[in-house]
Each structure stands twice: as structure tokens, then as C-alpha cells.
Design a protein around this ligand. Structure first.
Ligand SMILES: [Zn+2]
Length: 139
């Protein structure tokens, strides 16, 4: 469960989709409520399980398509884990690193105080995103 932001109401999620240029269907709103409010770094399976409790008969393909649409429109980010090929969906779209707890398989956001990345690439490169993944165990 997340502390911030506070849980968005149905109409707030609907408006957020509309502002992003996405047609707010009931299925998309349900998926958004989960990935934006309920669960940090949700996997496709977690999203599917949650949506199944809310709206019957939403296919896995619809869940995938909706998540990809949300990524495309910048509402969430997709994080691919090299060790498992799993994709996790992140509502924190700011540049930030992650710590992967190998025991619990949990992804933990790292703040800019916890990790610093210095890019000294000169004018030949324009950086769109930086993904830092640190593996280990939480003590
Ligand atoms: Zn994150």
C-alpha cells in the first residue's frame, strides 16, 4: 500500500486518463486505480488478479494492452527485471533507481539521497531515462 498520493477516486482517475489522451473505459479506470494507487511496482499477474475481482472477464491481453497504453502516454513506467524477465509497472515516473530484494522479490524505490548517477556525456547525447537496479538483501 502506498501512502502518497492519497487514493484517487473513480472520477479523478477518469480525468487523469482523459487529460493524458486516453479514452477512459471502465477496464482502464480499474487498472489505473490499481497501478496508480494500490500497488507499487505491480506485475501483470498482480494487476490481472486485482482486476478480476473488480470487473469479470477482462482478458490478460486487455490488461497487457492497457498497461502498455499507460506506459506510452507516460502515466506509468515499465521496469524490466533482467533476472526474471518480469515487468513491473511503476507509478513513479520521475527518474529514480531501485533496490531489488532477492529474498522477497520486492522492488524498492531509491531516493536521490540514496543513489546518485552522474552523466557526463557531453552535447552528443540527450538522456531520456536512466534505470539503475541494485540487487541484494534487505537486512
Ligand atoms: Zn519505482
Amino acid at each position: 500500500m502506498k501512502d502518497e498520493p492519497a487514493n484517487m477516486e473513480f472520477h479523478e482517475v477518469e480525468e487523469r486518463l482523459r487529460v493524458a489522451g486516453i479514452q477512459p473505459t471502465a477496464q482502464r479506470i480499474a487498472i489505473c486505480q490499481y497501478v496508480l494507487n494500490q500497488k507499487d511496482h505491480a506485475s501483470v499477474d498482480e494487476v490481472k488478479e486485482w482486476v478480476d475481482h473488480k470487473i469479470p472477464k477482462v482478458s490478460l491481453a486487455t490488461v497487457y494492452n492497457t498497461l502498455n497504453l499507460l506506459v506510452k502516454h507516460g502515466l506509468i513506467k515499465a521496469i524490466k527485471l533482467p533476472q526474471s524477465d518480469r515487468v513491473h509497472y511503476d507509478c513513479n515516473t520521475n527518474v529514480h533507481g531501485h533496490f531489488y530484494d532477492e529474498e522477497s522479490s520486492e522492488l524498492i524505490d531509491l531516493t536521490s539521497d540514496q543513489i546518485k548517477v552522474i552523466c557526463n556525456l557531453g552535447d552528443d547525447f540527450e538522456v531520456d531515462d536512466i534505470q539503475v537496479l541494485i540487487n541484494g538483501k534487505r537486512k
